[in-house]
Design a protein around this ligand. Structure first.
Ligand SMILES: [Zn+2]
Length: 68
């Protein structure tokens, strides 16, 4: 790993597995969404492979990517 001295310091890390995710690769893909009595539920998969579940834009559950 080389120091990211050329990059502007930021908190661009996956909130689930804490892998550094540079802005250009920080992609959360919306897999599906439903409207429930609790609000809008969204399932997103990160570029690192983690799955997060959001309710009304707030992360309520996270599933780290499985590494073998
Ligand atoms: Zn992750």
């Amino acid at each position: 790993m080389t120091p990211a001295s050329a990059l502007t310091p930021s908190d661009d890390r996956c909130p689930v597995c804490h892998e550094p995710t540079p802005a250009e690769t920080q992609l959360w893909t919306l897999r599906s969404h439903h409207r429930t009595s609790e609000g809008e539920v969204e399932y997103c998969v990160g570029s690192c492979g983690c799955l997060v579940i959001l309710v009304n834009g707030e992360m309520v559950k996270s599933f780290p990517v499985e590494r073998r």
